[in-house]
Design a protein around this ligand. Structure first.
Ligand SMILES: *Cc1c(COP(=O)(O)O)cnc(C)c1O
Length: 362
């Protein structure tokens, strides 16, 4: 039987209905499909893909789940502008621009340099199309100073400080989007869309996706293991930051509805097993295992992955399958990459309208 209505965090914790901000941006549940071609190639009988590329139109991917909560909070606070952070090709900065605009707000993208790729150009141009204001800073320290200056400048100019969303949308409130996604997965398991997975492979960037999902699964007492694959350098994300985000997200939900259980933090720490070996040379530096995983996915499932996030994540799954660690397991690959074309919004923008420090990508 197909679910007609997705189960949400609000169905399970009704105390959240009154005080957890939420605006519907996504079309959920996203499909889960058996990946027979990829499974055959890797010798896995029970391999499934969660198609989070299809979360929303016109821009999908994992960030929109977080924005359902973050932008709702911005609206509640009567913000006219939102400010967020990322690297030059940030999917999160673009998603924020798209959905802030949909809700009548303007987005300010505070960016740092990264390795150039065609998707960096496309995301910058699409950001222009959706009305984002861009600023670029050489490093984390300058970015922090720049944020303070831009907040001051915008307050002076528009009378109001922009609503601030952290990198990747990974605040506790943003991570709630993926606690919610765990409830959606549970509903799909219960209605026979897929059997309960033993292992879920998911990308670890700013951590809201993996930590939120894991918290949700623990709350539901599902036993499946989350395997987070690191795609950012250690100075941007430590294990402690992941643990903190996990704990603070639980605290937030518990404070809004006391029936939301607080997890055993020692247990979480012992179970957290971040995979570091697929990062390679660093963030957005494509590597051979990632490239191979991308071509395997293309050949077997005709799905496009990317070299910054999802390719490296699938590379971990491929390596584990080849090492016989997934024998007889039910495995879920959580695809976090937007699946909708962005070339149309990019096409009517002119790179010469970007600030000077971003024109070097063209
Ligand atoms: C941002 C992003 C991720 C990482 O998610 P986090 O919640 O930041 O860890 C994974 N995949 C894609 C395609 C992304 O854009």
């Amino acid at each position: 039987m197909k679910p007609t209505k997705p189960a949400t965090i609000f169905d399970h914790f009704s105390g959240l209905k009154d005080n957890l901000p939420y605006v519907n941006l996504c079309k959920l549940p996203t499909p889960i499909k058996k990946a027979k071609g990829l499974g055959d190639r890797l010798g896995l009988q029970n391999l499934y893909i969660k198609h989070d590329g299809l979360t929303a139109q016109p821009f999908g991917g994992n960030k929109v789940r977080k924005l359902e909560f973050l932008l709702a909070d911005a609206v509640k606070q009567e913000a006219e502008e939102v400010m967020t952070f990322g690297f030059a090709g940030s999917n999160h900065a673009l998603a924020t621009a798209v959905y802030a605009k949909q809700l009548g707000m303007k987005s300010i993208s505070m960016l740092m340099p990264q390795t150039n790729h065609p998707y960096v150009q496309r995301n910058l141009l699409a950001g222009l199309h959706f009305g984002a204001e861009f600023h670029v800073y050489r490093n984390k320290r300058l970015l922090r100073l720049g944020a303070r200056y831009q907040q001051w400048r915008h307050k002076k100019k528009y009378g109001k400080t922009p609503y601030t969303i952290p990198p990747g949308g990974s605040s506790p409130l943003g991570a709630v989007g993926f606690v919610n996604a765990a409830f959606e997965l549970k509903q799909q398991i219960d209605t026979g869309v897929m059997p309960e997975p033993d292992i879920i492979y998911v990308t670890l960037g700013s951590a809201g996706t993996a930590m939120g999902l894991w918290l949700g699964l623990k709350t539901l007492k599902l036993n499946c293991r989350i395997i987070p694959i690191r795609v950012v350098d250690h100075d941007f994300l430590s294990k402690q930051m992941c643990l903190d985000l996990f704990g603070q997200t639980a605290q937030l939900l518990h404070s809004l509805d006391p029936s939301f259980p607080l997890p055993d933090t020692a247990e979480v720490k012992a179970e957290m097993n971040i995979r570091n070996e697929f990062l390679g040379e660093g963030y957005a530096k494509f590597n051979a295992p990632g490239r191979e995983a991308i071509s395997i996915m293309k050949e077997t499932e005709n799905i496009d992955l990317d070299g910054t996030y999802t390719g490296k994540t699938l590379a971990a799954l491929v390596a584990d399958a080849r090492n016989n660690q997934l024998k007889n397991k039910t495995v879920l690959f959580w695809n976090t990459l937007n699946a909708h074309e962005q070339s149309a919004p990019a096409k009517d923008s002119d790179w010469r309208d970007l600030p000077r420090s971003l024109r070097k990508y063209f």
